[in-house]
Design a protein around this ligand. Structure first.
Ligand SMILES: Nc1ncnc2c1ncn2[C@@H]1O[C@H](COP(=O)(O)OP(=O)(O)O)[C@@H](O)[C@H]1O
Ligand SMILES: [Mg+2]
Length: 300
């Protein structure tokens, strides 16, 4: 299994105002779902469900890498305590969209974002919103497990320590490892190197490390694609359990995985949102021909 040094870790800043929390802003009316761009015939505006306030509201999002227009007029909502899957062919913008949700794309030079992303009704790109706070509240797990070459305990405690966590660290480490369904396997070796764990255990450790920062949204970019089927099913079980406490957005190129674990699925194609629907509907009764062609394997 890969035991490389961490490659694309989120780099939490240790800015002095770390213990300031993003306050839940004053209650605001739930904004109506945005209508699709009129000249974008492919976009299907998400259905409004008045009973649930969206956790994340994305409104007419456009994103460029220098000259590459990677996201085109994306409007969609993510519901709380659900798993939302992003699917679509390679290069369609899944990872880009995910990284827009915690402002990680702005760490890349030459990028431009237009549009609006609100989390709990708060504009995460507002001039007075601290990107470090956004990334703390909206955690991310990457495709390749990237534990630090330190002990299991230190891997989990790391982000919380940087954030000046003042609670009981042993408790936090245990709780995070339990939530990531890893505790029973590692409780007797907390002080041995994380690099001795299997790939699947390393990925659950990375999930625990993300949870220890106490986010409320967890973004996952193909978190099981480097793992064998048994490790994959363990990760899938973990994700399913996490949704009672977190809102999860997961990129997957594996349609069986999306159908197994997600509540809603968004299908992207060439930077556009083609269709977003409850997962079961999207896979069995898609509204768009292009979705059907993709989910039945006719292209992709
Ligand atoms: N760091 C980057 N710099 C420039 N272009 C990028 C970068 N990351 C992605 N892209 C481009 O943006 C588009 C969407 O990529 P990506 O979001 O990675 O797609 P996916 O995750 O669906 O495979 C592609 O055309 C890709 O080449
Ligand atoms: Mg990707």
């Amino acid at each position: 299994m890969p035991t490389d040094m961490p490659n694309d870790n989120p780099r939490p800043d240790s800015s002095p105002d770390m213990d300031e929390t993003v306050s839940d802003s004053a209650p605001e009316p739930v904004s109506a779902n945005g209508q699709a761009d009129p000249d974008d015939a492919a976009a299907a505006p998400p259905k409004a469900d008045p009973s649930v306030r969206p956790k994340i509201e994305i409104q007419d999002l456009n994103f460029w890498y220098t000259d590459t227009h990677a996201l085109k007029g994306i409007t969609m909502n993510v519901k709380p305590h659900q798993v939302t899957a992003l699917i679509g062919p390679s290069g369609c913008g899944k990872s880009t969209l995910l990284r827009c949700l915690n402002r990680m794309n702005e760490l890349i030079d030459g990028t431009t974002l237009e549009g609006d992303i609100q989390v709990d009704g708060q504009d995460i790109y507002a001039p007075d919103t601290d990107p470090v706070m956004v990334r703390r509240r909206i955690g991310m797990v990457f495709q390749k497990p990237n534990p630090f070459p330190k002990t299991i305990y230190k891997n989990v405690a790391w982000g919380a320590q940087i954030n000046g966590y003042t609670g009981d660290m042993d408790d936090l480490v245990e709780r995070s490892l339990r939530q990531a369904a890893l505790w029973d396997e590692v409780k007797d070796q907390l002080h041995s190197s994380a690099l001795n764990l299997s790939g699947g255990q390393q990925q659950r450790l990375c999930i625990a490390r993300t949870l220890a920062v106490q986010p409320d949204v967890v973004l996952m970019d193909e978190p099981a694609s480097a793992l064998d089927p048994i490790a994959t099913s363990k990760i899938e079980e973990t994700i399913t359990e996490l949704k009672s406490d977190y809102t999860i957005v997961i990129v997957t190129h594996n349609m069986q995985q999306a159908s197994r674990i997600s509540d809603e699925t968004a299908f992207l194609y060439m930077g556009r949102l083609v269709e977003m629907n409850p997962t079961e509907k999207l896979f069995t009764r898609p509204e768009k021909d292009r979705t059907e062609a993709y989910v039945t394997g006719r292209f992709g």
